[in-house]
Design a protein around this ligand. Structure first.
Ligand code: HEC
Ligand code: HEC
Length: 422
């Protein structure tokens, strides 16, 4: 018997407490307006990697102001969904730093998914998209939520295109931008172009790295030191383990760091998933990743490699303060929970735990320092929101530290359980 799921998320959002079986249901959020925070961002931000930015803007989908404006319209338009209620921005709301602020997302007809919506800020720098990297480019990515039955819901991309094409304004805009009527590939090109304008730097940390010694406090400075030494964060949240890297905070790789393992029997799940993976059907894998318990398998769903069981992409951690709740399943609420998790080197009963996860013996002041450096990664546009959120999280953490386990944090590295035999 397998028992899983985001019990917390589900009980929070379930509107029908009776025992009618089936996926959890909840009320999706109203579609947000494209306000000032949705505007394409300036490329003149302190900390913006100019060369890298130029490189990740694809040659076969050049940025033009008209294409970007069209992509922005579509990003906020519920008419891409089967019943008009869900837009990309439902789950990627600029006012919430392009997330939905929920543990896991709610889509069409109130379907509750299994995964936390990542921000699309700086998603242009991702080597792969999604927590398990199942899409390579932003163009490939954009087609999947549209047709996912618990996200936006039309049966196929052609149906979504037909609805857009029936709207005079869109029909003309596509002809102006591409010289032809609306079609699937152009649709995702416009959305990807808009997403590539969402660069987000100019944080206190960026000013510090650029030479302003007073841009961050002493605690955050100590946190940055710890990040690259005792706390071992740089083992994964840096381009190389050897050099300090303050660009996108990811190695672009996948690791099992022990999230959600105890709630799922991932080994049994992996056996069940093999057939699905054999099928090589991208949309079927997308449905499994977003809407079923196979979600917990992470990268394994794509590669079928044993070592990828419950491995997820190392995410960029810029703007982390304003993009909670945290991890692929939205299972943690505060930055203190995150550090507590790493501090105890979680992974008891996890045969696939990454070698770089181990008890860290961080003291309480050191934990606060790491929280401070994470908080300093908030871009100027979200400064006020970040300050408020830090206050809220600090208040919670005063009395509630569910991940804290000091004995394990200061104990030895536990032996890793052997993977089960074939
Ligand atoms: C119902 C909520 C929902 C809707 C609607 C939605 N998304 Fe998402 N988005 C998510 C979730 C959840 C994930 C993570 C899924 C996963 O990794 O398996 C995600 C992942 C992404 C990512 C990958 C980011 C990263 O860091 O890997 C991008 C980019 C993205 N969405 C863009 C879009 C676009 C464009 C649309 C509209 C065409 C859209 N989303 C519609 C919830 C949603
Ligand atoms: C072994 C590689 C590895 C190490 C070491 C590591 N991380 Fe992570 N980090 C990841 C991966 C992979 C995820 C996503 C895991 C998931 O959601 O299942 C993640 C997620 C996070 C998140 C949540 C991001 C989000 O959007 O929800 C934060 C914050 C974070 N790490 C900070 C840190 C800090 C601080 C340290 C050092 C104390 C650290 N990490 C050490 C690989 C690592």
């Amino acid at each position: 018997m397998l028992s899983f799921g985001l019990e917390g998320a589900r009980s929070q959002t379930r509107t029908t407490p009776d025992a009618t079986a089936g996926p959890a249901k909840a009320q999706p959020r109203p579609i947000p307006e494209a306000g000032p925070l949705a505007q394409p961002k300036s490329l003149a931000q302190v900390g913006l990697p100019v060369e890298l930015t130029r490189r990740v803007i694809c040659a076969d989908n050049p940025q033009t102001p008209e294409k970007i404006a069209l992509g922005e319209k579509l990003f906020f338009d519920g008419r891409l969904s089967a019943d008009g209620t869900i837009a990309c921005s439902t789950c990627h709301d600029p006012a919430l730093a392009f997330t939905d602020g929920k543990p896991t997302s709610i889509g069409i007809n109130g379907g509750v998914g299994q995964r936390n919506a990542p921000t699309i800020l700086n998603a242009l720098y991702n080597k792969t998209q999604f927590w398990d990297g199942r899409a390579k480019t932003l163009e490939d990515q954009a087609a999947l939520p549209i047709v996912n039955p618990i996200e936006m819901g039309p049966p196929n991309i052609e149906t979504a295109v037909a609805r857009i094409a029936a709207i005079e304004e869109y029909e003309q805009a596509f002809r102006r931008v591409f010289g032809r009527p609306p079609n699937g590939p152009d649709l995702v090109r416009t959305i990807a172009s808009y997403e590539r304008t969402q660069v987000s730097f100019d944080s206190p940390f960026d000013h510090f790295i650029a030479g302003d010694k007073n841009a961050i406090g002493d605690s955050a400075k100590r946190g940055w030191e710890l990040f690259n030494t005792k706390a071992r964060c740089n083992k994964c949240h840096a381009l190389s383990k050897e050099k300090r890297d303050a660009t996108t905070f990811t190695d672009n790789k996948f690791h099992n760091i022990g999230i959600g393992i105890l709630r799922h029997n991932v080994v049994a799940l992996a056996r069940q998933a093999e057939q699905l993976i054999e099928s090589g059907n991208t949309e079927a894998v997308d449905r499994a990743a977003v809407g079923t318990d196979f979600s917990a398998l992470g990268r394994f769903l794509i590669t079928k490699k044993e070592a990828d069981i419950a491995a997820f992409k190392t995410p960029d951690i810029r703007n982390i303060l304003v993009t909670g709740p945290y991890f692929h399943d939205g299972s943690m609420e505060t930055l203190w929970d995150i550090i507590d998790h790493y501090n105890k080197g979680d992974g008891l009963q996890d045969p696939y735990l990454d070698e770089d996860i181990q008890p860290l013996a961080l003291t309480e002041p050191e934990i606060d320092d790491l929280v401070a450096v994470l908080a300093s990664l908030t871009s100027s546009q979200y400064k006020e929101q970040g300050a408020k959120e830090l206050g809220r999280q600090r208040e919670i953490a005063r009395t509630n530290r569910p991940q804290r386990d000091t004995a394990r944090a200061f104990g030895p590295k536990p032996p890793r359980p052997a993977p089960p035999g074939p």
